[in-house]
Design a binder for this molecule. Structure first.
Ligand SMILES: Nc1ncnc2c1ncn2[C@@H]1O[C@H](COP(=O)(O)OP(=O)(O)OP(=O)(O)O)[C@@H](O)[C@H]1O
Length: 260
């Protein structure tokens, strides 16, 4: 079980000359095994929200609950993984994947076995001994995904994991993520700028909007059809969803950086 709840979460950054209000009174619930995407214009606070959910950033006010209990300390202790593609350059693919397993105390043979399975899972057989600089960007992203999944997190948090990929690799990775997800079914929160990607991947989309001086508005858009259905018969439903999300964003934002 792993549900995630944010109650009246606000964040003010005081690091620079001026205080920046990044999040204002955001409340949301993500159910156990739900795959939720968060979309919204640049700067509306998506990354801040994700980092607060993970315990990496302290909210100025409000609270985060996992399965109804307040999060104390880092989310990692609570079965959460924040996916990152920043691989250790001096470690091989296998050693990168083993890193989190080592931290949780798995012995050498367990680590090697789990790493091997996950290298295969993301289609990188034969690359276990390669170093990150020997891999393409897309392959490095696969390693990042394998590293996150190897720990078998209850909740996976992803911040634009496919943002830097070319269209073809992106589509391969989206399909791979859904396949892996179908087999493992854990709770996932996925931040993206890409409405289409959000519709393909998630059970529900949270549209986070932002108007200067006003509170964040949250709009829930459930996806009522099988995920990643590019079938032509689903196109009407797809377009309708796209319009709903687009309209929600348009109402609140004059300038957007949302990829469509
Ligand atoms: N460490 C920080 N110190 C000061 N201000 C910050 C910090 N991190 C984020 N901000 C500000 O908080 C606001 C929200 O930023 P955040 O990165 O959460 O938004 P975002 O929706 O993820 O943006 P993007 O889509 O461009 O990644 C922005 O105005 C940003 O400049």
């Amino acid at each position: 079980m792993a549900s995630l709840q944010a109650n009246n979460v606000s964040k003010i950054y005081n690091s620079g000359k001026d205080a920046v209000k990044a999040l204002d009174d955001v409340s949301l619930t993500i159910g156990d095994q739900e795959f939720v995407s968060i979309v919204g214009p640049s700067g509306c606070g998506k990354t801040t929200l994700l980092r607060i959910l993970d315990g990496l950033v302290e909210p100025t006010s409000g609270e985060i609950l996992i399965d109804g209990s307040p999060v104390v300390g880092s989310g990692q202790d609570r079965g959460m993984v924040f996916q990152s593609f920043n691989l250790f350059p001096w470690r091989t693919v296998q050693e990168n994947i083993e890193f989190g397993l080592e931290a949780r105390g798995d012995d050498k043979s367990e680590r090697a076995e789990i790493a091997k399975q996950h290298i295969e899972m993301v289609g990188l057989e034969g690359f276990g001994d390669a170093y990150p600089h020997e891999l393409s960007g897309g392959m490095q992203q696969r390693v990042g995904l394998a590293r996150a999944l190897a720990i078998d997190p209850e909740i996976l948090l992803m911040d634009e994991p496919f943002g830097a990929l070319d269209a073809q690799t992106r589509e391969i990775m989206q399909t791979e993520l859904l396949k892996i997800w179908g087999e493992n079914q854990k709770t996932a929160v996925f931040v993206t700028h890409d409405i289409d990607e959000a519709i393909y991947l998630s059970d529900r989309i949270i549209v986070l909007t932002d108007r200067p001086g006003q509170i964040n508005r949250i709009e829930d858009v459930p996806i009522e059809r099988p995920r990643y259905n590019k079938d032509v018969h689903a196109m009407d439903a797809f377009n309708e969803l796209h319009d709903i999300i687009w309209d929600t964003l348009m109402v609140d934002t004059e300038q957007m950086e949302v990829t469509v």
